[in-house]
Write a protein that binds this ligand. Structure first.
Ligand code: GLV
Length: 319
């Protein structure tokens, strides 16, 4: 189905579906005062808003509205666009994604968890609560081995931080091409089962696409030898139901999870009460107001010049 907008394109009426809609609108208006903007948390938008707008900015589509109205362009404020691809966004609507660099923030998330495990922070905090003097051996982070699934912008930032700490970093990607000097080697994705047994840290920063869904299967987990799983990509990449077994069997030593198959993570999930699991509520890489506004405005400038934005999503690839 052809796109409904034609180049050059100048958006006129924008709807922002985000909690931070007022801040994003103000940041856009500072540079483009002529744009008409409406905004609300995405769950509060109405069919009338979407009938009014030609452009939508947000991370997910409004859940209760079946049609995107007169919207011709959706700009995702997130890096992952599965919230748009999953329920099926009409192919005639242009889909672009955030240009924001989430890598450095997600790298800090990963480094914090790696040190928390290695320095045994949770168990020391428990001992302190009990006024218990609990000496133990502490292992170094330097000299350990990380296997990174995802060698894009986020994977490269994680690789840079970890290699600066003396971690030996191997990558896995679709092409197997080395994309950054922080990776000592990059392998093709089919080498994953063989590589899993050598990793101390298995770090995921992959989007949810048909190619990544279920990639870290029970079989891959079973090949790990005491690795720590860190997932800041999408929950669907891992067989989440197999994580408790992987921990009990010692395939995994611990897990740090920021993303889940279902979010919020259901209260019945056994992951909540497992002391070997560190849960964070999808906060490893946060969209900023300035990042959301400038990513959008960069796309506007391309469209007005008559060019497809470099952040246009390839629907078949899923990012
Ligand atoms: C967050 O998960 C994003 O995709 O930006």
């Amino acid at each position: 189905m052809p796109l409904s907008l034609s180049l050059p394109f100048s958006p006129r009426r924008i709807v922002i579906g985000a909690n931070a809609h007022a801040g994003i609108a103000a940041a856009i208006r500072r540079r483009r005062p002529s744009l008409e903007i409406r905004g609300a948390p995405f769950t509060d938008l109405t069919a009338d808003d979407l009938a009014w707008a030609d452009t939508y900015i947000g991370f997910k589509r409004p859940p209760t509205i079946a049609s995107m109205g007169n919207v011709q362009w959706v700009h995702s404020t997130g890096a992952g666009v599965d919230g748009w691809l999953g329920p099926g966004l009409d192919e005639s609507i242009l889909l672009t994604r955030s240009s924001e660099s989430f890598g450095p923030m997600i790298a800090e998330w990963a480094v914090a968890r790696i040190f928390a495990v290695q320095q045994q922070l949770a168990s020391l905090a428990e001992a302190q609560r009990d006024r218990r003097w609990a000496p133990r051996d502490i292992a170094r982070v330097a000299g350990t081995r990380a296997l990174l699934l995802g060698t894009g912008d986020i994977g490269r930032a994680i690789a840079t931080s970890l290699s600066a700490l003396g971690v030996h970093v191997t990558g896995v990607s679709r092409s197997g091409e080395s994309t950054h000097p922080a990776f000592s080697t990059v392998h093709r994705i089919d080498a994953l089962p063989d590589l899993a047994g050598n990793a101390d840290w298995l770090v995921l920063s992959l989007p949810d696409t048909p190619a990544t869904r279920g990639l870290v299967s029970r079989d891959v987990l079973a090949r790990c030898r005491g690795a720590v799983l860190l997932n800041a990509g999408r929950g669907t990449v891992v067989d989440e139901a197999a994580i408790p077994e992987a921990l009990d069997a010692g395939w995994l030593r611990a897990a740090a999870l920021d993303v889940f198959v279902t979010e919020p993570l259901p209260t019945a999930s056994p992951l909540w009460s497992d002391r070997r699991v560190m849960i964070s509520p999808h906060i490893s890489g946060l969209t900023t107001i300035d990042g959301a506004a400038s990513g959008f405005l960069e796309c506007v400038e391309s469209l007005e010049r008559g060019e497809w934005p470099r952040w246009t999503v390839d629907r078949a690839r899923g990012y």
